[in-house]
Design a protein around this ligand. Structure first.
Ligand code: NDP
Ligand code: MG
Length: 382
């Protein structure tokens, strides 16, 4: 069980919910990091009194240093600050809750110190899954998934002794705000439309990924790496209610599912308390008498092309995940700035996948280069 925790991305949606869990369970903060949210970071640092607070942005960090001058919280900035926070000896656990590929290096730094990693930052595994898992094995760092589907799979796989007995991993997918719509109806969808998620309140990037279903594609790759399963043995089922968080089908046709309210504090708590289960957390219980019927359906891969592209990248392997992810991060950034339309996101990702050649068995340098080239392909196509 975790006692002293560093959060990479403490001011975000996952970061703030992690602090709620920590407060309820009496866990301490070793270091807190963010990009530039100075007010929120000041508030968190005063409340949780970490040893170290880091803002990647230099100016914001300078401002924070002045604001926290009356405390003994040390303030650092930049990439070096993030790496120092990730490796801080006082922490037993590092919650990787930064958004995007930017989380890769700090997560690797935490792994190299043998920390328990509560991993929300799925992009890290999509880009560098084999590398991250190899380092985790070498340095004895345990990775516990925070993503609700993967936490569900983790729980449904506990007690499984032979992976050969697993027939399929089944990831549930809410379908997002545009479920049931066809391509032509998605043409004019705006940032505001895409940011309305039916069941979950999350950061902007993952909310757009949930609208395109890219999020589910990234999650298929995350599951492949975490549970060492080929993409052919991973399915996606539309489940609008987000009550069943995922399922495992075994070779005898038994299916195990994990259920709960759509509340990220539940998987966050499990990652922090594993292998124990602890009462008194802030997560909301599920009321089966009133949660209504549960429904299941097939995803529409023609309309939601991002999911099809991600499955293709998963089949290709190597740096294809980093290319898909880098292109998607760049395209979602442009969409959030109002510079491209909703359907352009999939077009840009497809274009980058055509233009950038994947490399098999990549080293870290190949992965960073694939990410850079994919972003460049998207930005150059405007
Ligand atoms: P948010 O956008 O809400 O938060 C992101 C956090 O990372 C913020 O603290 C932000 O700081 C920080 N950050 C962003 N960019 C950088 C950078 N370049 N350097 C340093 N810090 C940075 O994201 P979410 O909490 O929604 O998501 C975080 C991760 O968890 C993502 O990978 C997402 O896919 C995954 N996830 C999220 C879920 C959710 O319910 N939200 C569910 C499952 C997975 P600042 O505030 O200063 O910008
Ligand atoms: Mg998820």
């Amino acid at each position: 069980m975790s006692r002293n925790i560093t959060i990479l991305g403490s001011t975000g949606s996952i970061g703030r919910q992690t602090l709620e869990v920590m407060e309820a369970l009496g866990m301490g903060a070793a270091a807190l990091t963010a990009h530039s949210s100075v007010e929120r970071m000041e508030e968190q640092a005063r409340r949780f009194r970490p040893e170290l607070a880091v803002l990647a942005d230099e100016r914001a960090a300078a401002d924070l240093r002045v604001r926290l001058a009356d405390t003994n919280v040390r303030v650092l900035s930049g990439q070096e600050g993030l790496l120092e926070a990730a490796a801080l000896p006082e922490a037993d656990t590092v919650v990787a809750a930064m958004v995007g590929m930017a989380g890769l290096r700090p997560t690797l730094a935490a792994i190299r110190e043998g920390k328990r990693i509560a991993l929300a930052n799925k992009e890290t595994l999509v880009c560098a899954g084999p590398l991250v898992l190899e380092e985790a094995r070498d340095y004895g760092a345990r990775i516990l998934p925070v993503d609700s589907e993967h936490c569900a799979l983790f729980q449904c796989l506990e007690g499984n002794r032979d992976r050969g007995e697993v027939k399929r991993l089944i990831l549930t997918c809410s379908g997002g705000p545009f479920y049931g719509k066809k391509r032509q109806e998605l043409q004019g969808m705006t940032r505001e439309d895409a940011l309305q998620h039916p069941n979950w309140s999350m950061g902007a990037k993952i909310t757009v990924d949930s609208a395109t279903l890219m999020n589910k594609g990234l999650e298929v790759m995350e599951a492949m790496h975490l549970y060492q399963m080929p993409v052919e043995k991973i399915s996606v089922v539309i489940h609008r209610e987000s009550i069943i968080h995922s399922l495992v089908e075994y070779c005898d046709n038994a299916m195990l599912a994990q259920l709960g309210t759509p509340d990220m504090r539940l998987p966050i708590q499990y990652a922090l308390t594993w292998p124990r289960r602890v009462a008194g957390g802030p997560g909301t219980p599920l009321d089966l008498w009133h949660c209504g019927p549960l429904t299941f359906g097939e995803p529409d891969l023609d309309t939601f092309r991002c999911l099809a592209l991600a499955l293709e990248a998963a089949r290709i392997g190597g740096t294809a995940g980093a290319i898909l992810n880098g292109a998607n991060e760049a395209a979602v950034g442009l969409f959030l700035e109002g510079k491209i339309g909703f359907l352009d996101i999939a077009d840009k990702v497809a274009l980058a996948m055509e233009q950038v050649a994947p490399v098999q068995d990549p080293a870290l340098g190949d992965i960073l280069e694939a990410d850079r080239a994919a972003r460049e392909a998207v930005l150059a196509s405007r």
